[in-house]
Design a protein around this ligand. Structure first.
Ligand SMILES: [Cu+2]
Length: 234
């Protein structure tokens, strides 16, 4: 009789131990979830053995008085990072669009984001120029109804940790055109929207679908942006 009584107890104990082991294994996976508050310091918080993230995004906040909307997705691809951006409610024309060094959009004029992200300490230029800042994406072309898109693939940025990581930096949309020549920032005028880059994908938007089908390289970015603008109803 004693043996029969102990068998169920042993089984129960084994089940409990198994559950504990399972929970113990599952716990580290929760480290993959990073809250928005944690992303600012995320670039330095990664451990070498951690899983390297492949997607990041920024949702831009407009300057006071503006209703412009914009977002950017960053995706690790072979040879670099693909940058896909869209904008709605902007003035028609070419708008300078860059990755800036500091992930801080707290200033009313967004100057808190600092200058262009330029880890290689070279001159400003267009994304297809031999020399340009890692954060030089040229211009986001906005059509007559205020929407536009940009797609750039660059080997000067990463989503994962490192000196070129986009995480914790800021995306800036300018009111004017980046002439791709003037130093240090293309004379692109005031900053009209700013967003800090965080891990994960941006919230899904209708305009994302047309952009995801757009493939381009640094050299072809202007054509791709114009094509995307045309597709969206220019
Ligand atoms: Cu800029």
């Amino acid at each position: 009789m004693k043996t029969l009584r102990y068998v169920p107890s042993a089984t129960l104990m084994l089940a409990l131990l198994t559950s504990a082991a399972f929970l113990g294994c599952a716990a580290p996976g929760s480290d993959d979830v990073v809250s928005p508050d944690e992303t600012a310091a995320a670039a330095e918080a990664y451990e070498p053995e951690a899983v390297v993230p492949t997607k990041a995004h920024a949702v831009l906040t407009p300057i006071e008085g503006s209703s412009v909307q914009a977002a950017v997705n960053f995706t690790e691809v072979a040879g670099g990072v693909q940058v896909n951006a869209w904008v709605l409610g902007a003035e028609p024309g070419d708008h300078g669009f860059h990755l800036h060094e500091v992930g801080d959009c707290s200033a009313a004029d967004f100057t808190s984001a600092g200058g262009h992200f330029n880890p290689t300490a070279v001159q400003h230029g267009g994304p297809g120029d031999a020399l340009h800042h890692a954060g030089d994406w040229g211009n986001l072309v906005v059509n007559s109804v205020g929407s536009g898109a940009l797609s750039v693939t660059t080997n000067m940025l990463s989503v994962g940790p490192g000196a070129n990581s986009v995480v914790g930096r800021a995306v800036i949309l300018h009111s004017g055109t980046d002439d791709l020549v003037s130093q240090p920032s293309g004379d692109a005028g005031p900053r009209i929207a700013c967003g800090v880059v965080e891990l994960g994908s941006a919230p899904p938007m209708e305009s994302m679908e047309s952009m995801e089908s757009t493939e381009s390289t640094e050299e072809g970015s202007d054509d791709a942006a114009a094509a995307s603008a045309d597709e969206s109803g220019q």
